[in-house]
Design a protein around this ligand. Structure first.
Ligand code: G3H
Length: 255
């Protein structure tokens, strides 16, 4: 629109897209660290992007977090020619209920008048639990759906914030700090160079699965998340569309 051109947002989107080496960047005005309604706008922009990517049948894998929860709030019923199935990208018990991927999937299905599946397992599992749980029929079915997703919608977190919020063990927290992790996504912690310095054993979508998914939408804003976004974007598939805000974008362009 004219307003976006005058305010220079369109130019920022192009510059940032080139800098991060991804498919597209969508920037909303403001900084969600300071103004809560900016998160609502991130949700609106991501919901629009998501809807424009829908085809006949869609399997949409979603992660947890308050930003993705904001996307759910902005969704509206899909066209009758389209069907959506929402699946959590991974088990997520351990977070606040409203921020868990399971709850967000249920809310998205409700908003769009479509279906969802759940994965009621902890976010972090032991090797033994991992091996036995993936054999459960219910779980293996959902895992198959996750791996065949046509779209993934995910958040990016600040490494320390996420490690603390997920009540990581003191050893893990110390490792995340000493390895200078900056960003977190899908249970992987990335340093400034985009190297994985820590990984939580999770059941569900793994980083290597992303390249097979046609539409990848990352939603993260706020100046305080700029370093986290930069770190993760070094690893992100080229097909990624980033929905962010001016607060994060300005800082990313300066950095
Ligand atoms: O994985 C990271 C989280 O999705 C980020 O959570 O949206 O509440 O900041 P947040």
């Amino acid at each position: 629109s004219v307003i976006r051109e005058i305010s220079g947002i369109s130019a920022m989107e192009e510059n940032l897209q080139r800098k991060l080496g991804i498919q597209k960047v969508i920037i909303v005005s403001g900084n969600c660290d300071e103004s809560p309604w900016v998160k609502t706008e991130l949700g609106r922009a991501a919901a629009n992007r998501m809807k424009s990517n829908l085809t006949g049948e869609n399997i949409i894998a979603v992660t947890g977090g308050s930003t993705i929860a904001a996307v759910a709030d902005m969704l509206t019923p899909v066209d009758i020619s389209q069907s959506c199935l929402f699946v959590p990208a991974r088990g997520g018990i351990g977070e606040d209920v409203k921020n868990q991927a399971n709850s967000i999937c249920a809310a998205m299905a409700d908003r769009t008048e479509s279906k969802h599946r759940v994965l009621y397992i902890p976010d972090q599992v032991s090797q033994e639990m991992y091996e036995s749980i993936i054999k459960e029929r219910e779980i293996s079915e959902v895992l198959k759906l996750i791996k065949s997703a046509s779209m993934v919608l995910h958040g990016i977190g600040d490494a320390i914030t996420m490690a603390e919020r997920r009540k990581s063990s003191s050893e893990d927290l110390a490792k995340i700090k000493s390895e200078k992790a900056e960003g977190e996504a899908f249970g992987y912690y990335f340093n400034q160079k985009g190297e994985v310095v820590h990984k939580v054993q999770t059941i569900g979508l793994q980083l290597k699965d992303l390249s097979a998914i046609p539409h990848v939408i990352a939603v993260a804003g706020g100046k305080t998340k700029a370093k986290a976004i930069a770190a993760y974007m070094k690893q992100a598939p080229q097909s990624t569309v980033l929905v962010t805000d001016e607060g994060a974008a300005k800082s990313l362009l300066e950095g």
